[in-house]
Ligand binder design. Structure first.
Ligand code: SF4
Ligand code: SF4
Length: 196
């Protein structure tokens, strides 16, 4: 049987273990304290996204014929569409004929969306795109369902996140992003999957 340490030996062993542990911790801290940081102070600083980054969708309601092709392609069934009647593209304008049916609902549930872009592939009018915004926060689960047809009524093609509204006055790139969203300008179409 191993000999039991006396109280005095145990006391000094504990002190030694504590000093060794603190020394090891401080050595690691000092090693990383002066190295280059890999995180940034978002949103005050911002990383550039890859051109094909897939973020919150951008939707051109005036070109949507409510054909349901995107909803059928969605692997998690998170696109909800409703219309009052047949919608057709007016060849002269390239937009939906306003005399046709109304788009009553076009919504995407971002609690389920996995940003696969498969909804962009079958769209016959190329009106649903993968955008560049990634940070859509909300206070309720219901608010994570984005009603794109309602946004269109406000002249928006993608939601204006709360953090953009709150930081636009103090952060220049956020002000620029707010202006872009409010103008209805698309971020890019690079991340869409184009039909073969
Ligand atoms: S990106 Fe994918 S998961 Fe999200 S709505 Fe489109 S098809 Fe569905
Ligand atoms: S596939 Fe395109 S046109 Fe058809 S419902 Fe979806 S977004 Fe609208």
């Amino acid at each position: 049987m191993p000999a039991t340490a006396s109280p005095a030996e145990a006391y000094f062993r504990n002190i030694f273990a504590t000093i060794k542990s603190i020394t090891t911790g401080m050595r690691i801290t000092l090693r990383y304290m002066f190295s280059k940081t890999v995180t940034i102070h978002y949103p005050f600083e911002k990383l550039a996204f890859a051109p094909r980054y897939r973020g919150i969708h951008e939707f051109e309601a005036d070109m949507c014929i409510a054909c349901d092709m995107c909803a059928k392609a969605c692997p998690v069934d998170c696109i909800y569409i409703d219309k009052s009647g047949a919608r057709k593209i007016d060849k002269a304008t390239g937009k939906v004929d306003t005399k046709g049916g109304d788009l009553l609902r076009y919504a995407i549930d971002y609690q389920k969306c996995m940003f696969c872009a498969l909804c962009t592939e079958p769209c016959p009018t190329d009106c649903i795109h993968m955008g560049k915004n990634h940070d859509l926060s909300a206070y309720t689960r219901e608010d994570m369902v984005v009603e794109f047809a309602e946004l269109d009524g406000k002249g928006l093609r993608t939601p204006l996140p709360l953090w953009v509204e709150r930081n636009a006055a103090t952060i220049p790139w956020v002000a620029h992003e707010k202006k872009r969203i409010e103008s209805g300008e698309l971020a890019t179409k690079d991340a869409d999957i184009t039909a073969m």
